[in-house]
Design a protein around this ligand. Structure first.
Ligand code: DX5
Ligand code: ZN
Length: 215
């Protein structure tokens, strides 16, 4: 299985994102956590930052929208140059229409599921999505503990994906002691914040995580 490692710049230096991205050349994508202080109790950055990062980053951007009303805002992130735009099922009024609008604007469309959200309604429409994000912490903050209980949901999503080109992403608490568990359950796309940017050599951390996921 192809393994993708996505460092989250939530754990990077907020005054130096361009330089931080240059420290992780082995990564597959850069994970950008957009938070609005409404959908989650934390605030990060928005469209102007993502537009500028798309211009300066040598790596493709995966934008994780933790915001209310993604139906309105998500296509703009695709137009800004994001490779993938993932919005939350719990926040969307019409997830299928929003996914279609993201694709029409030129990006891959992802659907994100909080730990308590049932995957099945979205798996019934799996062909509308290019990525399913199974959150392995409650969204909002880096550095939280991986929730092993969510592996049942990862297995359920993997079974529904079958041989489709739909990426199965996990986000939250992914580190050296958890990534193999998520890979074994069927995840192929791994977000890691503190386990990459909390290390002295973040690119070595990316390669270390990749080896553990591939094992
Ligand atoms: C949390 C964010 C994550 C966060 C993960 O809501 O969606 O992307 O950066 O951080 P770690 O890897 O430290 O759990
Ligand atoms: Zn995220």
């Amino acid at each position: 299985m192809v393994v993708r490692i996505e460092p989250s710049i939530l754990s990077a230096d907020f005054t130096a994102f361009a330089a931080e991205i240059r420290r992780i050349p082995s990564a597959d994508l850069v994970h950008c956590d957009v938070m609005d202080n409404h959908f989650v109790p934390n605030l990060t950055f928005g469209l102007p930052m993502v537009q500028r990062l798309a211009e300066v980053s040598a790596l493709p951007l995966d934008v994780h929208l933790m915001i209310d009303d993604p139906d309105r805002w998500a296509p703009g992130y695709a137009e800004a140059g994001a490779h993938t735009v993932t919005f939350h099922a719990e926040a969307a009024h019409d997830p299928i229409a929003t996914a279609r609008a993201i694709r029409k604007a030129g990006a891959r469309a992802g659907i994100g599921l909080k730990p308590g959200t049932d995957a099945q309604p979205y798996l019934d429409a799996i062909d509308e999505f290019d990525q399913v994000l199974v959150m392995t912490v409650e969204p909002g903050f880096g550095g939280q503990s991986f929730m092993t209980d969510l592996m049942a949901k990862v297995r359920e999503v993997r079974a529904a994906i079958g041989d489709r080109d739909v990426w199965l992403q996990v986000d939250g608490g992914i580190a050296g002691d958890t990534i193999a568990t998520a890979a074994e359950a069927g995840a192929d796309t791994f977000v890691a914040g503190s386990a990459v940017f909390g290390q002295l050599d973040p690119d070595a951390a990316v390669e270390h995580l990749r080896r553990l996921a591939e094992a």
